[in-house]
Write a protein that binds this ligand. Structure first.
Ligand code: CP
Length: 283
């Protein structure tokens, strides 16, 4: 429908860049639409050809397993053609700029570009340069909006209403785009958000967003309806933010023994998981 984020069928460009700029109504509409889709239309491998005849380009310039494949499956299920481009096999390795790469993709008739990039703001940058709608599939430590929609969808399925629910985000908040997108989304849907982890990775300043910051694992998980774990993002850290992974795991890893979540607490992890670091495999 016209209210939906039909980035492809709308006459006007409608890029999907982040959760921060969405209204509560837009988020709720997307989640309701996804729920109907899951219930009625996405059973088995049946295709819903609403993107038939469209050409989508998966431009993944940073490693990904889940997001890249999920977008491929979704695009194919909606009947579109998908072309996947990875950095190592593209002319970016020969010095071509992101702008020129995107302009070429536009000239070859793309109807949308799904972009994963290590630079915060890269999706917004491209959306201002070309007419093709951009879907942000993760831009550096800035936003990962499709991951947040998935997490919000899962939490709404399990808890029905997020209003007043305590959701703790635990781990490497500073470098996490998943944390940022989820913070915006959870707050907009009325959840009480607690951020926890080492003080070097969870700046107290983040309380300005309207969240609680704690460095005490017990306080973080006590009474939590959901705990969202985050991986330590070595690839974005420029210095050591804690003495060692063993020490991180001892202080902030979720385990079956000792300081552990309540039985009813939902545990989410966007992946990839560092098993035995942020969470015990058994748990
Ligand atoms: N959750 C997530 O973004 O995983 P990938 O990096 O494998 O896509």
């Amino acid at each position: 429908g016209s209210k939906t984020f039909m980035v492809i069928s709308g006459k006007k460009k409608k890029s999907f860049l982040g959760i921060k700029s969405l209204t509560v109504d837009e988020i709720t509409h997307l989640l309701d639409f996804a729920f109907e889709f899951k219930k009625n239309k996405f059973k088995g491998k049946n295709k819903t050809p609403s993107l038939k005849g469209k050409r989508i380009v998966n431009l993944f310039l940073e490693p990904s397993t889940r997001t890249r494949i999920a977008f491929e499956v979704a695009t194919k299920s909606l009947g579109a053609d998908i072309i996947s481009i990875a950095e190592k096999s593209s002319s970016l390795t020969k010095g071509e700029s992101l702008r020129d790469t995107a302009c070429n993709i536009q000239a070859l008739g793309a109807d949308a570009i799904i972009l994963r990039h290590s630079s915060p703001g890269s999706a917004t940058y491209l959306s201002n340069l070309i007419d093709v709608p951009i879907i942000n599939a993760g831009d550096g430590a800035h936003e990962h909006p499709s991951q947040a929609l998935l997490d919000l969808f899962t939490l709404r399925e399990k808890l029905s209403d997020l209003n007043g629910k305590k959701v703790t985000i635990l781990g490497d908040i500073l470098f996490s785009r998943v944390a940022r997108s989820n913070i915006w989304g959870l707050l907009k849907l009325g959840a009480k958000v607690t951020l926890a982890g080492p003080s070097t990775l969870v700046p107290k300043l983040m309380e300005e967003f309207g969240v609680t910051v704690t460095y005490d694992l017990r306080e973080a998980i006590s009474g939590a309806d959901a705990i969202m774990l985050l991986r330590i993002q070595h690839e974005r850290q420029t210095q050591s933010h804690f003495p060692s992974l063993v020490e991180y795991s001892k202080m902030f890893g979720l385990k079956e023994s000792g300081c552990k979540p309540d039985k009813h607490t939902i545990i989410l992890h966007p992946g990839p998981i560092n098993r035995g670091v942020e969470i015990d495999s058994k748990l």
